[in-house]
Write a protein that binds this ligand. Structure first.
Ligand SMILES: *Cc1c(COP(=O)(O)O)cnc(C)c1O
Length: 397
């Protein structure tokens, strides 16, 4: 493809993207795309929303960063609002999801040192995904990752999602926590069942373990509730956020209930952590997501997406539709997902040749498509996506 001075870390199409607005992206060739990837479930309010532009502009005129060793008002206020609208009592801001999960792992190990005689093992899951640092890769259950940068960070035994016995079998004197995504995102949108999450809560209470939800993908309205745990009605002790919290800028968060807030001075930190510029954007995102109409509209859009995908699936003889809110997947039954994604992006002419409009989709598995539009996506845009996907299906099959 196009040789550049960027490290070649993934197969990227030659397209160079130039600007975006809401659910739409434009490349340097002037082709327009309906975007159902949205920065990887990141752009909560779509591309380049005015409220984020204004927050960046206003905060950048005031203060970029005073140093993480001093307080700043946007960080204090964002933490207050995150705790006000959840069960959590305190927040540590990070710059990414992986960093938030590193913080969760450190917090659990510290808690184990204080309260469980040095217990340090965190039960994690086959096919789970927690990020790309060494510890979060070790906590992830992506096939092949155990050998990729061997040796792994030890202490992350793997259970199976929705198999409580597989979790129970791993609990021992060294166990300090159970950590999972309530819906496994990168493995193809595989939800935990409510009964399974309730079972984990019970096991954690019985064995005095911490329950950690990685809500980097499921948090900030993605499932139709502010936090994903609220969708399931199961309360973790610790949660992590990133992706949607910044609506397109890099910010993450580690949140914990009081009994798990055990860091002391020197345990945790970071130069850019909680900088006012990113925290001001986080506040602008929350202003929108917590407005009274916002989450009901996400739920309605999610139901519309489910119905349209189910109808499409029935018509073309495809498989199951999974997920919740605006994080959903369609099982294709054949390994054609990558071809569909490429066709929709490059050859599709949504609205006719004049419109020169393509469609951006994601294939987390060879036979699975994932849909993670802006939470502000309209029902018409969902219908347009379905129309485009149907055209690409006809062309590819
Ligand atoms: C994306 C993701 C991460 C990693 O976040 P980064 O910001 O890329 O480090 C961790 N956990 C889950 C569930 C994710 O979806």
């Amino acid at each position: 493809m196009t040789p550049t001075a960027l490290m070649d870390i993934t197969a990227r199409p030659g397209t160079v993207f130039e600007r975006g607005e809401g659910s739409w992206l434009w490349d340097t060739q002037g082709r327009r795309y309906l975007d159902f990837v949205q920065g990887w479930a990141v752009n909560t309010l779509g591309h380049a929303p005015a409220v984020i532009r204004e927050a960046l502009d206003a905060q950048s005129r005031l203060l970029l960063t005073p140093s993480p060793a001093f307080y700043n008002a946007p960080a204090i206020e964002l933490a207050r609002r995150l705790t006000q609208h959840s069960v959590f009592d305190q927040v540590f801001f990070t710059n990414s999801g992986a960093e938030a999960n590193e913080g969760a792992i450190k917090l659990a190990r510290k808690w184990g040192q204080l309260h469980k005689g040095g217990a340090h093992e965190i039960i994690t899951y086959a096919d789970g995904f927690h990020g790309r640092t060494l510890a979060t890769m070790s906590a992830s259950g992506k096939p092949g990752w155990d050998r990729m940068f061997a040796p792994q960070v030890p202490g992350f035994p793997k259970a199976h999602l929705n198999d409580l016995a597989s979790v129970q079998a791993l609990i021992g004197p060294d166990t300090v926590a159970i950590m999972l995504e309530p819906i496994q995102g990168e493995s193809g949108v595989n939800p935990a069942t409510t009964a399974f999450l309730q079972g984990l809560r019970r096991l954690c209470d019985e064995h005095e373990l911490l329950l950690i939800f990685d809500e980097v993908q499921t948090g900030i309205g993605r499932l139709g509730q502010f936090f994903g745990y609220q969708h399931f009605g199961v309360t973790p002790d610790i949660a992590t956020l990133a992706k949607g919290l910044g609506g397109g800028v890099p910010i993450g968060a580690l949140l914990a209930r009081q009994h798990a807030c055990v860091f002391v001075h020197g345990d945790q930190g970071g130069t850019f952590n909680g900088n006012p510029l990113m925290c001001a954007v986080g506040q602008a995102v929350l202003d929108e997501v917590l407005a009274p109409d916002f989450l009901p509209r996400v739920r309605a859009a999610g139901e519309h997406l489910t119905r349209r995908l189910q109808t499409l699936s029935a018509h073309y003889g495809l498989g199951a539709v999974r997920g919740a809110g605006l994080l959903q997947a369609l099982e294709l039954g054949q390994p054609i997902a990558a071809q569909l994604v490429a066709h929709a992006r490059e050859q599709l002419m949504l609205g006719g040749a004049q419109a020169n409009t393509g469609l951006l989709l994601n294939a987390p598995r060879p036979a699975v498509l994932r849909f993670m539009p802006a939470l502000t996506v309209s029902l018409e845009e969902i219908d347009q996506m379905i129309e485009g996907l149907a055209q690409s299906l006809k062309a590819v099959r």
